[in-house]
Design a protein around this ligand. Sequence first.
Ligand SMILES: [Zn+2]
Length: 263
Amino acid sequence: MKRLSFILSAALLLGFLPRAGADDWTGLGNGLPAAAAEFVANPPAPLFRAEGPRQLICVDAGHPNSFNSGLQPVSGTNETHINWQVALKLERILKERGFDVLMTKTAELQYVENKERALMANRGGAALCVHLHCESTPGTGFAIYYPDRQGVYEYKNDPDNGFKGPSGQVMTDSLALAGAMRKGMAQGLAGSLSDGGVRGDSRTQVGANQGALTFSIFSKIPTITIEMAVLTNPRDARFIKSEEGQEKTAQAIAAGILLYRTP
Ligand SMILES: [Zn+2]
């Protein structure tokens, strides 16, 4: 038992430390504001209920969009393909568990603008949205991003240029969803992928410029971005390219959604 807890602690440290930074949410209470740490440790009362009408979950397979096609070859695959494969599995699992699912794409190579991904979920009446992505930067493991501050959409030729969002409520609810998702994924992927924890959108390249990711800015519902694995990392790539790894990841994400519903 002692040996097990040592191995667990070591694994946690290895997973957390390489990514530590000032605004980096790498673990429970590790640099988190107290209220936020509480959310991550104990996701609050569910925002939607087990009983009653079926809930609609938005599953957004990231890319292609104007920012990135996601089609650059990485480790013998590409991000668009992996996102789509996991999205299809997640769709099936959620339906099996009694949810309705709103997919933002109907085909792997379908182009959808990031703003439109959020508007689709809002219009459709989804209870929450998970945006599925993979990293291609140095590192390893999964990480979950939520809007930690309001952003401003700045696209001069877009009628929504200057739009601010999301609301404080959406940020709070997204943080609760991120905490539940982290729990579900850490449990479901233990031994397969390291836990990169919960992080703010503002830590991403786009978030640093805009304040939040584009689909977070336009979201009226709890929204998180899941970087499921690091494709440039050979071990992560082997896992997420395999049928078994994709199924395990989709199961873990579904578990995170269920935790949010019934913590
Ligand atoms: Zn991506």
